[in-house]
Design a protein around this ligand. Sequence first.
Ligand code: IMP
Length: 427
Amino acid sequence: MKNNLVIVGTQWGDEGKGKITDFLAQRADVVVRYQGGNNAGHTINFDGKKFALQSIPSGIFTPHIVNVIANGVVFNPKAALAELEGLEERGVKDYQLYISNRAQVIMPYHMDLDGASESLKGDKKIGTTKKGIGPCYADKANRIGIRVGDLLDKEYFKERLQDALVVKNMELKMYGLPTYEFEPLYEEYLALGERFKKHICDTSVLLNKLIQEGKKVLYEGAQGVMLCLDHGTYPFVTSSSPTAASVPLNTGIAPKYIDNVLGIAKAYTTRVGEGPFPTELDGELANTIRERGHEYGTVTHRPRRVGWLDAVVLKNAVRVSGVDNFSLMLFDVLTGIKEIKICKAYELNGEIIDYIPAQLSDFKKCKPVYETVPGWDEDITNVKSFDELPENAKNYIRKIEEITGGQIAIFSVGPDRTQTIELKKIF
Ligand code: IMP
């Protein structure tokens, strides 16, 4: 059995990664968040309780699991503190959490600038979560970011923050926004550093040690491959890479350890934020799927755009992210739909293609080529095996496998841990 499993979203995020991470975490020793930040919303249901995690790894509920927030994450200490306090209030007190000293800190000005830049773009806005993700990663690349470890070094943090504020206050002024005084911000973030001190360490050293000891590690992706800064629908993407390829860099482990990738895919497609979406539906069917699937953003509560399953998108994840197996989520939501469509290719300028064109103007023109399969009416929320599925539901799974070339190892028929059916043990 392979010990290092990467969980990636194969669509535009919100595929149900939290649920599967939580399900597989029962067998893991370590759970690692490797990119993104509190723009993510990972919903987990068990024992009749519902949790929505944003920056905290999904292994937090299991006391023996080592939870790691790695260097590739942008970390908002204020939001994370509120999240942890919320968990503690609900009885999640016995946990292990380590935060990389190399992770970037999301500062309040990042959130201000995220909102301002979106407003300036008007109808060309990205539709970000306004959590400051893009501006924080931009500062990282621009080398004026604050790292988590800096918060523990009074003198160095002073210098870093003073230097950053020169630039940031200038940008804020440009947008006509209030600027930041050094002292209160410095004191507040020093105190936050102090609060998290016991959790902060070099997580690359920690992870490598755990891997050497033969521990089972789950790398929990946020967002999805279509939102990848490099391979997604740029510029309508997030500012990190939610692919398996980004795991080594974002965690400080060697690429050779990544040998098992599980792609999480909804049985249909959703997208929040702007950008092209070839299989998008509107009208009654879209509303039905949205309501049944509770398709509203965990973080922003925005209604999600809904569409048929796009297998070209899944094939893209197989190619770009090395997905070996899929977990098919929210399968039960499709029950009762007479005919179900799967997009198997696009038609672009009279040509049939099975990849995502790099140019957004081309992607916008792509017309889905559908395969239509019959639906089923039987309630599938209690099935415990593939054999118990109605024939048409079985066929839907087989059809997806046939078109994508991947294998469905898990399918999910409801929000609870127990409504998860494993066809193949991959971890
Ligand atoms: P940002 O990550 O807040 O900069 O937002 C950039 C794009 O990614 C927007 O379209 C967001 O809606 C989308 N996005 C960011 N995080 C998530 C997520 O966890 N699920 C789905 N979409 C997301």
